[in-house]
Write a protein that binds this ligand. Structure first.
Ligand code: IMP
Length: 191
């Protein structure tokens, strides 16, 4: 089955391909020839995931899914949440976001945080949602080279390593997106 993953993010595409284990022919927006930025104007993860999947479905008429992820930090009243990509400003880098987070969290004792992912799947015109979450804490310094985004400063509960120090397999087994993807895969398997 061919499915388009509505993302330009090569890291995410790689993660998803690893979780699916080659069972599905998953292609991303570059493969589809869609280079434009897809609007993400909702103030919820679910709304953004749906908006991205609908955009691709309506423009290209293909079965597709899209994800949206947010990092919610308890001491920051749930910020940056749905605005995690643009936390340090429009067109900021992953490093800008990490540095801003370390600065905002400087001196804070409550370091609890969670990543949440919502996936919207549009299959034969029907829409389905899948959610995943991982709890953990914000570290006081960036550690590790792997992954992307906030990985160097997020340590999942029950582990001594940041996401950026874990292998892709270990991260995928417990991560927000991994868990949401596992639900998507179960659903596809049951069709
Ligand atoms: P997106 O909307 O799913 O692209 O996610 C929004 C932002 O959350 C990204 O730009 C990253 O900064 C961050 N993010 C998403 N997934 C992860 C992850 O697995 N690890 C670390 N940061 C992530």
């Amino acid at each position: 089955m061919e499915l388009i993953f509505a993302t330009h993010n090569q890291h995410k595409t790689q993660e998803v391909l690893e979780i699916l284990g080659g069972k599905w022919d998953v292609k991303n927006l570059h493969d589809l020839g869609c280079e434009e930025e897809i609007p993400e104007t909702s103030d919820t993860l679910k709304g953004n995931a749906l908006q991205k999947a609908q955009y691709v479905y309506e423009k290209y008429g293909v079965d597709c899914f899209a994800d949206d992820t947010g990092l919610e930090v308890e001491a920051l009243d749930g910020r940056p949440g749905v605005y995690s990509a643009r936390y340090a400003g429009e067109h900021c880098s992953f490093a800008d976001n990490v540095n801003k987070m370390l600065k905002e969290m400087d001196g804070k004792n409550n370091r609890k945080a969670c990543f949440k992912t919502v996936i919207a799947l549009i299959l034969k015109g029907e829409t389905y949602f899948f959610e995943g979450r991982v709890d953990g804490e914000i570290l006081t310094a960036a550690t590790g080279e792997a992954g992307f985004g906030y990985d160097p400063i997020f340590r999942p509960d029950g582990f001594e390593k940041s996401f950026a120090e874990m292998s892709a397999d270990d991260k995928n087994a417990i991560s927000h997106r991994g868990r949401a993807m596992q639900k998507l895969v179960q659903f596809l398997n049951a069709l």
